[in-house]
Design a protein around this ligand. Structure first.
Ligand SMILES: [Zn+2]
Length: 359
């Protein structure tokens, strides 16, 4: 279901038109044989004005490059997905919820686990795409079907870097692949397109890593904010940060001086990998797209009687874990719900008829 109620296009255009500055005019065209081993970027060597926009009800920093809104290097937002106006996710007691519902971080999955796609005929080395798709299909329950007229689909197309939108956005959505984008980078970008975010921005990342802000390229610091800081839902599909995730930045991403920007808590660096989905990735994707993995369908056997599943299983919530419910990321604590306001402390909230209220 598309929820496009966040359209404030006119103010957005005003907001972003000021970034049409001379920065890009001095750019020399980047040669395409760049490696994206450490981090995927949509526009290598380019930068733009950073501004705060609202997506899914909260604030996050995006960079305006060539008229596109770029988040954390390789994630693209279209202007009609965002607004410059704050959205409410939690209401005061007695307040009437507005009709306007914002898109949550965990929405916009592909229905029935089917992702439709097409490949630009001019895209070089298309085996990157077919190999990446084969990897996804052999490890997850997501299926990829060549488009034949479907409205919503991924379009693999050449570009200056590697980039993707997050989740199914409706209509055609590009995954751009420069010549230097590998099969692993393609697996990563498909991850975004089915709804995955970057691993190092988990809300609980400070329990696992230290960000060395002094080593980050000036102007790129916004790429290291957590979802909670940047205003995202912070729910995670796996319980711990996975250094092996294909969605994890490397220790040297956006480094200004060759020194690590992300280290483990003991100060050591780690190797990012772009070989394939990790076990943690597969686990997380399974909770988003449950089902059987293609190619591993068990041979038919005699049906065995099974206990029927309860039709409405009561969800169990674990204290100390984060959940995203009704578009809001909340922490379960003492069998109650808590929400962390922007730059504020935790406040108890309660869910009534699908809307959150401060207690
Ligand atoms: Zn990415």
């Amino acid at each position: 279901m598309k929820k496009r109620s966040l359209i404030f296009l006119l103010p957005a255009l005003v907001l972003f038109s000021c970034s049409d500055d001379p920065i890009n005019e001095n750019e020399t065209e980047t040669k395409s044989e760049i490696s994206f081993e450490n981090v995927e970027v949509a526009y290598p060597g380019k930068s733009g004005n950073v501004s705060d926009i609202y997506f899914a009800g909260k604030r996050l920093p995006v960079e305006n490059i060539d008229g596109n809104l770029v988040y954390q290097g390789d994630i693209i937002f279209s202007k009609d997905m965002v607004t410059d106006q704050e959205q409410k996710l939690v209401y005061d007691k007695g307040e009437t919820p507005s009709q306007q519902k914002s898109v949550g971080r965990t929405s916009s999955y592909w229905p029935d686990n089917i992702v439709y796609y097409a490949i630009d005929a001019t895209l070089p080395d298309q085996t990157r795409v077919s190999d990446a798709i084969a990897h996804w299909e052999s490890t997850t329950a997501v299926k990829f079907v060549q488009r034949s007229g479907e409205a919503n689909y991924i379009y693999f197309t050449p570009g200056g870097g590697c980039s993707s939108y997050i989740g199914m956005i409706g209509g055609r959505q590009n995954i751009t692949l420069a010549s230097g984008c590998s099969t692993g980078n393609t697996i990563h970008e498909i991850g975004h397109a089915v709804g995955l975010w970057h691993e190092q921005s988990r809300v609980d990342r400070d329990s696992y890593i230290t960000i060395n802000f002094q080593n980050i390229t000036s102007g790129a610091e916004h790429n290291f904010r957590t979802y909670e800081e940047s205003g995202y839902d912070g729910s995670e599909f796996t319980s711990t940060l996975d250094f092996g995730s294909i969605m994890m930045y490397s220790s040297y991403s956006f480094s200004a001086n060759g020194q690590p920007t992300i280290v483990k808590l003991d100060g050591s660096t780690y190797n990012a990998q772009r070989n394939g989905l990790s076990g943690g990735d597969v686990e997380g994707i399974f909770s988003m797209y449950p089902g059987e993995t293609a190619g591993t369908t068990p041979p038919p056997t005699e049906p065995t009687p099974t206990t029927p599943e309860p039709t409405n299983p009561e969800p169990t919530y674990i204290n100390g874990e984060y959940y995203t419910i009704a578009g809001l990321t909340v922490l379960r604590k003492k069998d109650s719900w808590f929400y962390k306001k922007d730059r504020g402390g935790w406040q108890e909230v309660v869910l009534i008829d699908g809307s959150w209220y401060f207690v």
